[in-house]
Design a binder for this molecule. Structure first.
Ligand code: SAH
Length: 351
């Protein structure tokens, strides 16, 4: 038995098979273990009871006691059932992941792709401390498996949104292999069409997704209908501009046939006027665009405010009146800092 320290989720299915074969395990062990982890939600080797005691000990020796590489350092639940977890990796950096449930019985995992974020959106808690590093494929997959494991039997995750901390198009190299496992029938078997990747709107990143012909949904964080307003809240916008982003989104639609969702957080006095709604309606292709209106979730350190529900309704009506398809997403998990980098910030390691 080699004394190596493997991380289970860093290995592709064939690499895992190869490591086990090289270490003298029978061929059927690899798929058997994967079933325990992905279908039976068992993460500790010692609990995989149809594996011989000797093999369980050998697996623990190779991979550690469980398949996880991080530690769970906080878990919170809000009144509406939203659960949030904070995971600490061996290098001491932390990420958060959220489990959201709704009345349609969707069980949605929201995961992070980076530690911190380089985008610096002015309204967002995730970027306040800047960018630290990309997450690995294993760290991304581990978040998904941990959220799935939080669900009581026999429930499983039904949806995934890549809307936690980080800009996913800048870490596709790790994200895509993790999503492949999350959606494969011998992984977590989440439907491809139930995975949404949200981007701040990097045209080159969107084009990369178009070229890869991914089976996933694309959401673009538009948040404003003119460049001056957008650059005020998303400084990165000055490099691209709304026109280039919309053109890239249109190419995604043309290639994949999947409608693009435009996220629009409503911030009081910034982007929530009737004129904003009109400009937004004029900007978008009414046939293919879907607008997801999200009342801003206040961040204690930041000055931005949520509009009244009356202003929110007026904005939505104006869009609908102009023929735009709109969804409204009300905030979940307020009581537990569930939005956007807030939990990570509330647990700061000592300086
Ligand atoms: N970087 C990607 C994905 C992570 S952010 C992106 O920008 O899309 C996921 C979504 O949450 C984005 O639409 C982001 O703008 C939004 N968001 C960030 N902070 C928020 C807050 N305080 N309230 C509401 N939405 C927020």
């Amino acid at each position: 038995m080699t004394k190596e320290n493997f991380h289970f989720f860093e290995l592709s299915p064939s690499e895992f098979q190869e490591v086990l074969t090289r270490n003298g395990f029978p061929k059927f062990r690899a798929p058997q273990i994967r079933r325990w982890v992905f279908s039976r939600k068992t993460v500790s080797f010692d609990e995989m009871t149809d594996i011989s005691k000797q093999d369980r000990a050998n697996l623990t020796n190779l991979f550690g006691r469980t398949v996880f590489s991080g530690n769970l350092v906080a878990e919170t639940t809000s009144d509406d059932g939203t659960k949030k977890i904070l995971i600490e990796w061996p290098d001491g950096h932390r990420v958060e992941a959220v489990l959201l449930r709704d009345e349609r019985d969707h069980r949605t995992g929201c995961i992070s792709t980076q530690v911190g974020c380089a985008m610096g959106c002015r309204f967002c808690a995730s970027g306040l401390d800047g960018f630290v590093r990309n997450l690995s494929r294993g760290e991304i997959l581990e978040q998904i498996v941990r959220l799935n494991t939080l669900l009581e039997e026999p429930l499983r995750l039904t949806h995934l949104v890549i809307m936690g901390t980080g800009e996913p198009t800048l870490n596709l190299g790790a994200l895509l292999p993790a999503l492949a496992e999350a959606t494969s029938s011998d992984g977590l078997d989440i439907g491809n069409r139930r995975v949404t990747i949200s981007t701040v709107g990097v045209p080159g990143g969107i084009d990369k997704m178009t070229a890869a012909d991914l089976p996933y949904k694309l959401a673009v964080s538009l948040h404003a209908a003119d460049d001056a307003t957008r650059t005020q809240i998303i400084p990165q916008n000055r490099f691209f501009g709304i026109k280039a982003i919309l053109a890239a989104a249109e190419r995604y639609f043309q290639k994949t046939g999947r409608r693009v969702t435009f996220e629009y957080i409503l911030i009081a006095g910034v982007n929530d006027s009737a004129a904003d709604a009109r400009r937004l309606a004029d900007l978008l292709n009414r046939k293919t665009a879907i607008v997801n209106v999200i009342p801003y979730n206040p961040v204690p350190e930041l000055p931005w405010k949520t509009p009244s529900s009356r202003a929110t309704v007026a904005f939505v009506r104006a869009l609908e009146g102009a023929g735009v398809q709109v969804k409204v997403r009300f905030r979940k998990g307020d009581g537990i800092n569930a939005a956007c980098g807030q939990l990570r910030r509330s647990y700061r390691p000592p300086a």
